[in-house]
Design a protein around this ligand. Structure first.
Ligand code: BES
Ligand code: MN
Ligand code: MN
Length: 471
């Protein structure tokens, strides 16, 4: 097989691939909002159809929530099996008025680094995971087969908890998903033109805290001073989450299971090009702040955090209203690092919040969402072969980095399948994922396809079972 012919095919079919990506991006597969459930399902159908067009067998897997899409081609006996993971669901689009175009009307624009496609899901994760399908299709059409066996598992609930895929992977499907290596493209590169492989993702504990006082709103003069004010109480409770001086999180036991940065990791982080000023300027922040004793990269990649994501209560209209509102609330999330466990930390967090409430204030704490943190072991001949393919595609060795974001199923995939999970993203930090005007650079979309082709080609030179002992 000549890889050049496959790559030329990618170039030749660029327009058609882009049209298909646009069609994909037109489907408003917002998983968290029940109003879009029909579109989410339609989107699963689109993915199934694209997998079939690429020459795979594909089916929709019904679940208690949104459907999964599973596909496979197992025509390379004796060769390794690669499992591709991605998600076809997207985040909500609000605030809608900040979009330059309608979020589900994908538009090609001239960006900072050439053409970019702007739409919800452009990079997270439709654009990125579509590179997997197009790579497989180009190989299949040019050569009539694939250098390795492939399986695809594409979910529709990544952005809202991912319960369906968790049940699927830990249940009877574990056998079906057996593979030698998993490949995920749902992250960003360290910088433009710098291929990057992640070996760590943070976990998540996402909670809601509700504070309740009197059974009605009270006149703040007539009753002020006589009762604890729910808004004041919530402010005190939230302020007690972090030490204002050194930024440490004050939830009792919070750091108990935190694995310190590995020997050499600090040096490796410090060796990466990083300009604090530019980082701040890029996000429009006047100053950076965080836990004392750690660099910005260490704080974001390897130290747990705790942030209020939203809060509400009391009078917010024009002018003054003298009132003691009887309820207030906040969304509080914690990003976790190995070996912290969301299930273990939730009670510690809830007890701490309750312990801080003044008399007469009821506190309700709800666990909304969680994901375990993960560190993957990037070792073995298949990982090396894949890294070679990435280097070949970009003309530059990939850097090994961590990330502050989460992909809930990755920890489970790595545990249940017992194989390395290669997190190789084609996004950039300015792709505005989850925000208005989300985009993906077209160059990265096509370079992603080429990268996957080269990775599969390299893996085809390895024997199956290089890692799996039961193969
Ligand atoms: N693709 C992102 C995670 C990500 C983005 C990792 C950039 C690394 C770099 C994923 O779709 C995501 O948004 N995850 C959520 C998970 C949550 C909803 C459970 C997150 O991190 O907030
Ligand atoms: Mn994603
Ligand atoms: Mn996301």
């Amino acid at each position: 097989m000549t890889i050049d012919a496959v790559l030329e095919r990618v170039d030749r079919e660029a327009d058609a691939s882009l049209e298909q990506l646009k069609e994909y991006l037109r489907i408003p597969s917002v998983s968290t909002d029940p109003a879009y459930a029909g579109d989410v399902r339609r989107c699963a159908g689109f993915v199934q159809e694209r997998l079939r067009a690429a020459g795979l067998e594909a089916e929709i897997v019904e679940t208690a929530g949104h459907p999964l899409v599973y596909g496979e081609w197992l025509g390379a006996p004796g060769r390794p099996t690669v499992l591709f993971y991605g998600h076809y669901d997207v985040q909500p689009v609000d605030p809608l008025n900040e979009w330059r175009h309608a979020p589900f009307d994908p538009t090609i624009e001239e960006g900072e680094r050439g053409e970019q496609i702007v739409a919800r899901g452009a990079t997270d994760d439709k654009g990125q995971s579509f590179t997997h399908i197009k790579a497989v299709q180009a190989l299949m059409e040019e050569t009539g087969s694939l250098p390795v066996n492939v399986k695809f598992l594409i979910e529709g609930e990544e952005e809202c908890g991912g319960e369906a895929i968790e049940a699927y992977v830990t249940g009877p499907a574990a056998e079906r998903l057996a593979c030698d290596l998993a490949l995920v493209s749902d992250t960003s590169m360290y910088g433009p033109g710098q291929p990057s492989v992640l070996y760590g993702l943070k976990g998540l504990l996402y909670t809601e805290v509700r504070v309740l006082g009197a059974d009605r709103d009270l006149h703040s003069g007539t009753f002020g001073g006589a009762v604890a004010n729910p808004l004041n109480a919530l402010g005190t409770m939230l302020a007690a989450l972090r030490d204002p001086d050194d930024g440490r999180i004050l939830i009792p036991g919070f750091y108990d299971d935190v694995r310190p940065l590995a020997a050499g990791e600090r040096e490796a982080f410090a060796a990466l090009p990083f300009d604090e000023r530019r980082y701040g300027a890029e996000i429009g922040a006047a100053a950076l702040w965080g836990e004392a004793g750690y660099t910005t990269l260490e704080r974001v990649w390897a130290r747990p955090t705790c942030d209020v994501n939203g809060m509400w209560g009391g009078y917010q209209g024009p002018g003054a209203k003298t009132v003691i509102a009887n309820r207030a609330g906040a969304k509080v999330s914690m990003r976790l690092v190995p070996d912290q466990e969301p299930e273990r930390l939730f009670p510690a967090f809830a007890d701490y919040m309750r312990s801080l409430a003044p008399p007469g204030i009821d506190v309700e704490v709800e666990n909304l969402n969680g994901a375990p943190p993960v560190l993957v072991d990037l070792q073995g001949p298949l990982v090396e072969a894949a890294l070679d393919g990435i280097r070949e595609a970009w003309g530059r060795a990939p850097v090994r980095v961590r990330e502050g974001g989460s992909i809930p199923i990755v920890s489970t995939l790595s545990k249940v399948l017992g194989v390395p999970v290669l997190l190789v993203g084609f996004g950039l930090s300015d792709d505005r994922l989850h925000a208005p005007n989300e985009k993906m650079d077209l160059a990265n979309f096509f370079q992603g396809i080429r990268t996957v082709i080269r990775v599969l080609d390299r893996l085809g030179g390895c024997a199956a079972g290089a890692i799996r002992s039961d193969a």
